[in-house]
Design a binder for this molecule. Structure first.
Ligand SMILES: Nc1ncnc2c1ncn2[C@@H]1O[C@H](COP(=O)(O)OP(=O)(O)O)[C@@H](O)[C@H]1O
Ligand SMILES: [Mg+2]
Length: 241
């Protein structure tokens, strides 16, 4: 405990939820009273069975929706008091791997991955260098200039991951990012996330894979019956109600 009784002073959470709830339309709350504080540079898995609310929780974090109740701060900004333009600026610092990829199917793998860099106005020479290097690392060199629509699910998943990490986001949110690839590639992708995390990126990965969770002992945000618990095998603790 520091002098001011709070060791977190000076280090605000990068994502902070206080009594956050989510509901769709007039339906019941699918997540209720979620309290969560993610430190900059942390790494978490997000687990829970299908329909538990993983994608919904991530969508709050990537600012696609606002809480129906409670307070959400991202990068220290309360989303309830942040206008659309400012939200768009914040979103650029968040890399997202969507469960359904959301690639532009008529563009090549290269052009999909180059997109975030072009939005930032980077010069084409530098873009070419970076995109080629990353696509080669995810073993897609052969398909770099193929139209995305002609590629397999696993290949699309790797393009989606490359696009999410290409401009070294402050936060990386990945929704089942290894669901369509074999074990060797899954491990390699995890290495990529870990490398990015070492560079300071805060990472949250939703997964169904028990293998991933046992192979990489990061703390786990677990959703069940609308509530969140946090497990950390290394420290042997469980938090949450
Ligand atoms: N856009 C939506 N409109 C209405 N209900 C939704 C919507 N998205 C998700 N849900 C519901 O919210 C619950 C949680 O879904 P989801 O967040 O996709 O869970 P998970 O990713 O863990 O499978 C489910 O009951 C789902 O049907
Ligand atoms: Mg989901």
């Amino acid at each position: 405990m520091g002098l001011f009784g709070n060791s977190n002073i000076g280090e605000p959470a990068i994502i902070d939820m206080k009594s956050v709830s989510i509901r769709y339309d007039n339906g019941p709350e699918i997540l209720s009273d979620i309290n969560l504080s993610l430190k900059r540079g942390s790494f978490h898995f997000l687990t829970g069975k299908s329909g538990a609310g993983k994608t919904s929780l991530l969508s709050l974090m990537y600012l696609a929706q606002k809480p129906s109740r409670g307070v959400l701060n991202v990068f220290g900004h309360n989303v309830n008091f942040t206008d659309r333009d400012s939200m768009a600026v914040l979103r650029r610092r968040i890399g997202v791997v969507f469960q359904d990829f959301r690639l532009i199917e008529h563009l090549s793998a290269f052009d999909n991955v180059a997109l975030p860099l072009r939005v930032c106005g980077m010069n084409e020479k530098e873009i070419k260098k970076r995109v080629k290097e990353l696509l080669s690392w995810v073993e897609l060199d052969r398909h770099m200039f193929d139209k995305t629509s002609t590629l397999s699910g696993g290949e699309k998943q790797r393009i989606a991951i490359a696009r999410a990490v290409i401009n070294r986001p402050d936060i990386l949110l990945a929704d089942e990012p290894t669901g369509n690839v074999d074990n060797d590639i899954a491990k390699k992708l995890m290495k990529l996330f870990i490398e990015l995390n070492k560079l300071g990126t805060t990472v949250v990965i939703a997964t169904h894979s028990d293998k991933l969770i046992t192979d990489f002992p990061y703390p786990r945000l677990h959703l069940n019956n609308g509530a969140l618990r946090i497990y950390d095998a290394r420290e042997g603790y469980v938090r949450g109600v």
